[in-house]
Design a protein around this ligand. Sequence first.
Ligand code: DX5
Ligand code: ZN
Length: 215
Amino acid sequence: MIKIAPSILSADFANLERDIRRIHTADYVHVDVMDGQFVPNITIGVPVVKCIRPTTDLPLDVHLMIDRPVRYVEQFCDAGADIVTCHVEADTEENISAALRAIRAKGKKAGVVVKPKTPGSAVLPFIDLCDMILVMTVEPGFGGQKFMGDMMPKVQEIRRYIDALRPGCDLEVDGGVDTATAPICIAAGANVLVAGSAVYKADDIPAKIRALRGQ
Ligand code: DX5
Ligand code: ZN
């Protein structure tokens, strides 16, 4: 089954509760955390995750675009994150593994993310600790960018790793996903689609979420 994770980066931050209720037919709420260091943008942090937690029953899928995430993963778990993903580029292999173990020790789901220039094989040292692997289909930092179709061989490669080594692990794509590019991602093996602008620009959000699922 295809799961849809609307990114609240495209929501109205002055009306976040309203905009989270608008996506109640989705599967996850995707929360983009940016620190102005790992990526050239600053978005939201632990206090916002804590405030949005009671507004929805959907799992919070927290995408950490921050340097050295091991410093903060426990705080995001305590604030109510259900899935926490860390970029493999954001620290040493040892520290990323420590971050994933800390997330799992909190009883939450852990995962790694790869930027467009990072090879698919970079997930292999972490795969045993992963409940989700996220492949970026834009350079992380901003919503509304153009989908990078040339990431699909990497999605296929990681699908092969998951099927061989970690069945049941989610394979998520993030960036430029809309009703035109979603089927391409699904064909390549993704089963979770993040969509920010495509969802929040839609007049009928539940219909857009169904369309993204291919229904
Ligand atoms: C980009 C973020 C994405 C972004 C997706 O760094 O990780 O989640 O919000 O937005 P769209 O779907 O508009 O590309
Ligand atoms: Zn994201």
